[in-house]
Design a binder for this molecule. Structure first.
Ligand SMILES: [Zn+2]
Length: 391
């Protein structure tokens, strides 16, 4: 396996493993799951700022709902179906139909719109075993799925706002090269030409309002509506499709979503599907390869490892670790009786950005000796270390 394969990187960082009994599934180890949670919380915070409310919907839903939504017909081959004596259920391959159920549970007025719902949806898709590939193609993954239910007039502003958020988030993760594709109506599609005209015009206006530089992919839209796809270019020059914004003309109709408009009439909301990362698993795979495992400090699951130079400094090393932890850093402790040179090599290999070496001199002076990834070193007072590392 190539050294820069995310599976090799994850192995030396001790992030996750996969095994034969769980094809396409992931066993997250403590450090890997810490990374997972940092990413999830980053998105969660951004979504909240953008007016989304987080929900959680069932994993397993009855066949009838998947029939109504159209997934049974289009997607059944990819769904894990569980038959008991009474009726068939399927593990959800996506959260959209469930979100419509939440929308439908109340009588909605135009005053409730736009209603923005987000979920870290645990999805399952029965991918062929030959297609499975580390985190890049799994059978179980979490999608940062979100839906906006809005009036037709709101589409432009909602999409434009979402696009701006998307670029900010990608930049934070170190992806600055983002290509946007605008996919228009395919030959096989649902909905009238008139509805498609309006949907494409609205999405195009939104793309312009967000000042996106996009290419047009004619005929590449989803059967239910046009979409914008966001492709990230990684440090190896490869493109990965992550984010998506899709207008849906079909699902609100099929699942009978409606609201009362300002004239007191029943109207169909527009449903906008979107995701920033797509599959969190796959995004982590990309992120590891993009950074070669050297994640920026804010993302590193362990930000500092405190290592004692000799056994007598172990108590001080413990004190340093607990102080840095109290100051909000994610800290590991290396108290093995190995030489410090070996501990430095191991920290590098585990992708930990900083090693704080402490010996008798540091214990006496109340300092730590910080060794950074780039080879630079500095001695700082223990009380200042957290500020120096994460100002
Ligand atoms: Zn959706």
């Amino acid at each position: 396996m190539d050294d820069n394969d995310h599976r090799a990187i994850a192995n030396r960082m001790d992030l996750f493993h996969q095994q034969e009994e769980g094809p396409g599934m992931v066993f997250w180890h403590p450090r890997g799951f810490a990374l997972y949670r940092i990413i999830e919380d980053t998105i969660r915070g951004r979504m909240k700022q953008s007016g989304f409310r987080e929900i959680r919907t069932p994993q397993l839903l009855a066949r009838e709902l998947w029939e109504k939504s159209g997934h049974w017909e289009k997607f059944a081959g990819n769904m894990f179906v569980i038959d008991d004596d009474e009726r068939a259920h399927a593990l959800k391959p996506m959260s959209c139909p469930a979100h419509v159920q939440v929308f439908n549970k109340r009588v909605r007025s135009f005053r409730d719109l736009p209603l923005r719902l987000a979920e870290f949806g645990a999805c399952h898709r029965n991918e062929p075993s030959g297609a499975l590939y580390g985190l890049m193609r799994t059978r179980a993954f979490v999608q940062d799925d979100a839906h906006i239910f809005c009036a037709p007039d709101d589409v432009e502003a909602e999409v434009a706002r979402f696009c701006r958020m998307l670029f900010d988030i990608y930049g934070d993760f170190g992806f600055d090269d983002v290509a946007v594709a605008f996919s228009t109506r395919p030959d096989k599609r649902a909905g009238s030409d008139d509805a498609w005209d309006r949907a494409e015009a609205a999405l195009e206006a939104a793309a312009k309002a967000a000042e996106l530089d996009y290419r047009v992919d004619p005929g590449e839209g989803a059967f239910y509506g046009p979409k914008l796809d966001f492709h990230l270019r990684d440090s190896h020059g490869r493109d990965w499709q992550c984010g998506t914004v899709q207008l849906d003309l079909v699902l609100p109709e099929r699942l009978d979503a409606s609201y009362v408009d300002s004239d007191g009439h029943r109207a169909r909301p527009v449903m906008i599907h979107h995701a920033v990362l797509g599959s969190i698993e796959r995004f982590i795979g990309m992120l590891l390869e993009h950074h070669g495992g050297d994640l920026p400090l804010w993302l590193a699951p362990d930000q500092v490892v405190v290592a004692n130079i000799t056994d007598v400094s172990a108590p001080y090393a413990r004190e340093v670790a607990s102080k840095l932890e109290d100051d909000g850093l994610r800290v590991a402790l290396d108290l093995r009786s190995d030489r410090i040179a070996k501990k430095i090599i191991d920290a590098r290999s585990a992708g930990i950005p900083v090693l704080a070496a402490v010996g008798e001199r540091e214990a006496r002076d109340g300092t730590v000796s910080l060794r950074h990834r780039d080879g630079s070193q500095q001695v700082v007072a223990l009380g200042d270390a957290a500020d120096v590392l994460a100002p």
